[in-house]
Each structure stands twice: as structure tokens, then as C-alpha cells.
Design a protein around this ligand. Structure first.
Ligand code: SF4
Length: 317
């Protein structure tokens, strides 16, 4: 099999990684865009975990958030619309030694990429998948996306979107073999960082639904939740996203939720009139395609050839 075995020892020079080690190009999102907060959080997590830049791969599709790989000093693949997940699965399947992250948006993942979204959950390859949800197509200047709320005027629906929006976390929780689903908000850096760190620590596909501010096209979309933290329910549990006193003070509305309870996770993800943030679901034992497909990785060519010839000899006449 092509690829490197999971324990491949590449020649990575010993050094200490700082936040600057992960700086890529100058980020060109609009001032105040929530994507900046996510970029900072990812760089901090990589620094804290001392992930060598040679072992880091950022994969994306198309959209504002999909410019993420340009802004990280790492391997990067800025791909086709909706296709980040199959690329990321392929990278991880053949290079299990890499730390693979995906940046995708509500338009990229939940519309044209929806088939890959479902199957990525089922494959459960070890990835962190950040779904940036600003409820519009921002890069193409405000078209209705699958998560646009009813009534929001866009360039494709000037009288207001009229179809019921898709709930990213709830939908992900409906996919077979899903192993990790969390939700967070870009305007709370502490919760954002801890949620992404929990996703990074999980072995399997970790989906993180990030409510992301887009001051250019949906400036007041999350104002209600930002101004009144009492509308947010903070999920707490020993196995969940760690919360400190600061988070507990900010979100007085707290709920003990066991992330092994899929039924409760689905109810919390879909609750109307409020917003549950934290770890909704985790199954550390869900089967992983990358583990299965890593068998035989790195087999030397002469052994591969001998195996092929032995197989073909079975059909010799
Ligand atoms: Fe961010 Fe919106 Fe600007 Fe895109 S259009 S960079 S999502 S603020």
C-alpha cells in the first residue's frame, strides 16, 4: 500500500514551537470576522501540543473560512467547493502520522459537500472538522445557504429566505457511526479553544459546529445570544468540554449532560429558542476507517510484488 505507516519516523528537527511558528500569510478576512478567533485558537492548540509544522495539514474547500490553510504555516490544500472532506480522509489514510484539520463552511459542507459530510462521519477518520456557520455564502457576497434563517434577506432571496434552515449539529448527530459532535461560538475565545482542544484530543472525526460572526453580511445575526448569555445553555460534564469559573459566571444557565447519551445530544442540539454549547456527543469506540486501511501501509515494493505474484499465480492455467 502507498503511504507511510502510522509509526513512520520522519526527520523532524527538534525545536520549540511558538505561536509565530504557525503563522502563515497575513489573514485577509474582513475586520471583525469571527474566523480570526478560530485561527488564533487553532494556533494556540498546536503550540500547546507542540505539533511540528511538518506534521500539520490544513484542508479546506471554498468559502471565506476555506482560506484558512493560507494563514497557517503547515501543509495546506485549498481544494474544490464541498470537497474538503474526501481530500482530508485521503491524506489521513495515507499519512496517519499527520495531524489533519478541515476548515469548511455552512455552504461548503452542508450544501454541495453534504454527501461527503455524511460519509466522513461514517468513515470516522481521525480529523478535526471545523464547520464555520455564518448562515450565508459570504465569499460570493450573501447568498442563501442551507443554514440561513427564515426571513433573512439575501441576494438570492431579497424578500427573505423561506425554507426551514438546516441545524448543523443536529444533522451531524443523525449520521451513522458519528463519534464526536460539539458546538461553540467564536465570540467566546475560552469556550472556542477548549472545544477545539477536546476535538483535537479525540481519535476519530471530530465535528465542531462554530457559530461564526460575519459583520459584513449578517452583522446582527447572533446579537441576541451575545447580549444575553442567559439564552445560552452551557453543557457541563467531567467528560465534556472543561469549564472554569469564568465560563460558569458568564453562562449561568448550565446543564449536566453525559456526552455518551446520543438521544439527549440530539434533543439538546435541536432545542428551539436557546443555544446549547459544549460537547454534545462522543463515542471513543466507534470504528475508524483509517485504522482499518492502515494495515499494510509502508510495505516494501519487493514484498508487494511477491504478494501480487502469489495472488496472480492462483489463476494460472
Ligand atoms: Fe468573514 Fe463575512 Fe467577511 Fe467572509 S464576508 S471574511 S465571513 S466577515
Amino acid at each position: 500500500m502507498f503511504g507511510l505507516p502510522p509509526d513512520a519516523a520522519l526527520d523532524v528537527p527538534e525545536r520549540t514551537f511558538t505561536l509565530e511558528s504557525y503563522d502563515g500569510g497575513v489573514a485577509r478576512w474582513c475586520p471583525g470576522c469571527g474566523d480570526f478567533a478560530v485561527l488564533s485558537a487553532v494556533q494556540r492548540i498546536c503550540r500547546d501540543a507542540q505539533v511540528p509544522t511538518e506534521k500539520l495539514a490544513m484542508i479546506s474547500g471554498i468559502g471565506c473560512s476555506s482560506r484558512f490553510p493560507h494563514y497557517m504555516h503547515a501543509y495546506g490544500f485549498h481544494g474544490l467547493h464541498g470537497r474538503a472532506l474526501p481530500v482530508a480522509c485521503g491524506v489521513k489514510a495515507r499519512r496517519p502520522d499527520l495531524d489533519v484539520w478541515v476548515a469548511t463552511g455552512d455552504g461548503d459542507c452542508c450544501s454541495i459537500g453534504a454527501g461527503h459530510w455524511l460519509h466522513a462521519a461514517r468513515y470516522n477518520v481521525d480529523l478535526v472538522v471545523m464547520i464555520f456557520d455564518n448562515s450565508v455564502y459570504g465569499l460570493t457576497k450573501k447568498q442563501t445557504s442551507p443554514t440561513t434563517p427564515i426571513g433573512l434577506a439575501t441576494n438570492t432571496h431579497p424578500q427573505g429566505a423561506f425554507l426551514p434552515p438546516l441545524n448543523v449539529a443536529e444533522t451531524t448527530l443523525g449520521f451513522p457511526n458519528v463519534s464526536f459532535v460539539a458546538r461553540t461560538v467564536d465570540w467566546n475565545p475560552a469556550h472556542l479553544s477548549r472545544t477545539l482542544a477536546a476535538a483535537h484530543a479525540h481519535r476519530g472525526t471530530s465535528f465542531v459546529h462554530i457559530l461564526q460572526r460575519c459583520p459584513t453580511y449578517t452583522a446582527d445575526l447572533f446579537d441576541e445570544w451575545r447580549r444575553n448569555p442567559d439564552l445560552t445553555t452551557l453543557l457541563v460534564h467531567d467528560d465534556g468540554v472543561p469549564v472554569d469559573d469564568g465560563l460558569r459566571r458568564m453562562y449561568r444557565n448550565q446543564l449536566e449532560h453525559d456526552p455518551r447519551d446520543l438521544g439527549a445530544a440530539r434533543r439538546l442540539a435541536s432545542m428551539s429558542g436557546g443555544l446549547a454549547i459544549g460537547l454534545l456527543y462522543r463515542d471513543p469506540d466507534a470504528p475508524r476507517l483509517d485504522v482499518h486501511s492502515a494495515v499494510g501501509l509502508g510495505t516494501p515494493p519487493e514484498i508487494k510484488q511477491a504478494m501480487l505474484e502469489r495472488e496472480l499465480d492462483r489463476f494460472a492455467i
